[in-house]
Design a protein around this ligand. Structure first.
Ligand SMILES: [Zn+2]
Length: 454
């Protein structure tokens, strides 16, 4: 999953200069002819010629890789605001490798390529080791394809987090099963769906980035945004670094407070000053961005809903007397406006009823529609993150949690009613316990009364 800066530099120079000097960069036609002479299979699409020593096998998905690449290529043009028609002749040359030696003998795997674990890109050339999982094979091809696209069409030379993060972001996709889209709409282009932030685990077989980030948070090893943005190029076997880079790009591209600035930076030169240009965006506050990123990795999950989970960080007013607030279902942490004093004791009571989801009726079983409702204690039949779904949670943002790790929301109370001690000087936040990807279909609100205790 690495790029090869030296090779890229050489190939760009050679591409613009008369031949001679270094070994010539072969044309796509010459590479294809070489592959045919070596007895490799040649699969062609509009934007990719893929050659492989993998034997033809029914339903292994290899034949459709060029069409998948073309569908993704259209999305990449859209992402960067390029007119696809202006680049209709752009093509990458890829080697899908089972036996390295065969490609080396054919002259398609230069000796001076660095050792790569999965995939590699230099200019418009892509190499990838064959994978046992079809979804991961597609992902890897597209990841290297994004490198080829951004390097050759946009002269990308950004800090490593963006180079790798955007390759992960733009490679993540789902290929809908042909049967579900009907006979008239089962082309690859119709079945291809970008899922930069996957809605469910089945969308991204074998990627495991969300699980990796959760594990990093649990073990207090998750990097903050500043660390990610300034990290040197990671070892290409470092899956944590790839997960973190993907998280940074996803967060900046999707969070409503930063998406516009990020899009503007992506349309500017994709050079080494990328971070500086981002930081110079109007209203950019590095400390706030870093805190929002910590809040994201703290609760990262499939289908994370950045708009609904957006957090109001206003400092609130001291809670000197009883105060009542509405806590909407279908939202992330709600700022109660009540500022607590570290160590002081408070009481809370919650009431109300919310709709968490509607399970549709099922004609085959005769089941009628089910409205799943909750009260402050939550539903005992389904749990999320160790607590009943829909349960009222009260927390504070703690910059230095006692158990170590990144800043995060620390739970101080939950359920119907009780007393608690404030963890820090700061606002109390409330929410219903619900996966951040399931907020959209929730309705209603709980009413929470907070009061200082003598
Ligand atoms: Zn890469």
């Amino acid at each position: 999953m690495s790029t090869w800066r030296l090779a890229v530099a050489i190939s760009l120079v050679l591409g613009a200069a008369p031949s001679g000097g270094f070994a010539e960069v072969p044309t796509l036609e010459a590479l294809t002819a070489t592959a045919r002479r070596a007895g490799l299979r040649v699969l062609s699409g509009d934007h990719l010629v893929l050659v492989t020593d993998r034997p033809a096998r029914a339903d292994d998905g290899v034949e459709e890789l060029p069409a998948v690449f073309d569908a993704a290529w259209t999305e990449w043009c859209r992402h960067y605001g390029l007119d696809a028609a202006d680049h209709r002749d752009w093509r990458a040359f890829g080697c899908l490798i089972v036996e390295r030696e065969r490609f080396r003998a054919a002259g398609l795997l230069p000796d001076d390529l660095p050792d790569f674990a999965n995939g590699f890109c230099a200019g418009r050339r892509i190499w990838l080791h064959d994978q046992s999982n079809a979804a991961y094979r597609r992902h890897l091809l597209l990841h290297e394809g994004v490198h080829a696209f951004t390097i050759t069409l946009l002269s990308l030379d950004t800090p490593p987090w963006y180079t790798e993060g955007v390759a992960e972001y733009l490679a993540t996709h789902r290929l809908q099963p042909a049967a579900t889209t009907g006979s008239s709409a089962s082309s690859i282009a119709d079945r291809f769906m970008p899922t930069p932030l996957p809605a469910r685990p089945a969308d991204v077989e074998q990627l495991g980035r969300i699980e990796r980030l959760r594990q990093l948070r649990r073990t207090a090893a998750c990097p903050g945004l500043d660390e990610i943005l300034t990290a040197p190029a990671a070892d290409h076997r470092d899956l944590s670094a790839y997960a973190a880079n993907w998280a940074a790009v996803t967060f900046l591209a999707r969070h409503p407070a930063y998406a516009e600035a990020f899009r503007a930076a992506e349309r500017g030169p994709l050079d080494r000053r990328f971070n500086a240009r981002l930081a110079a965006a109007p209203g950019w506050n590095a400390a706030e961005v870093a805190r929002d990123f910590d809040a994201f990795t703290d609760e990262i999950d499939y289908g994370f809903d950045f708009a609904r989970a957006r957090i109001d960080w206003s400092p609130g007013l001291p809670l000197d007397a009883s105060h009542t607030v509405d806590v909407p279902a279908g939202a992330g942490w709600t700022n109660t406006g009540c500022r607590l004093r570290a160590g002081a004791r408070y009481a809370f009571t919650a009431s109300g009823r919310c709709l968490l989801e509607v399970l549709p009726s099922d004609a085959t079983t005769g089941r009628e529609e089910i409205r799943v409702e909750t009260e402050p204690a939550g539903l005992s039949l389904r749990w999320y993150r160790g607590r009943p779904l829909g349960r009222l949670l009260v927390a504070q943002w703690v910059e230095k949690p006692a158990d170590g790790g990144r800043p995060r929301f620390v739970l101080i109370a939950e359920g119907r009613a009780g007393e608690f001690q404030a963890a820090v000087d700061g606002v109390a936040y409330c929410r219903l316990n619900e996966p951040p990807g399931e907020l959209a279909d929730s309705q209603g609100r709980l009413t929470v009364a907070l009061a200082p205790q003598p």
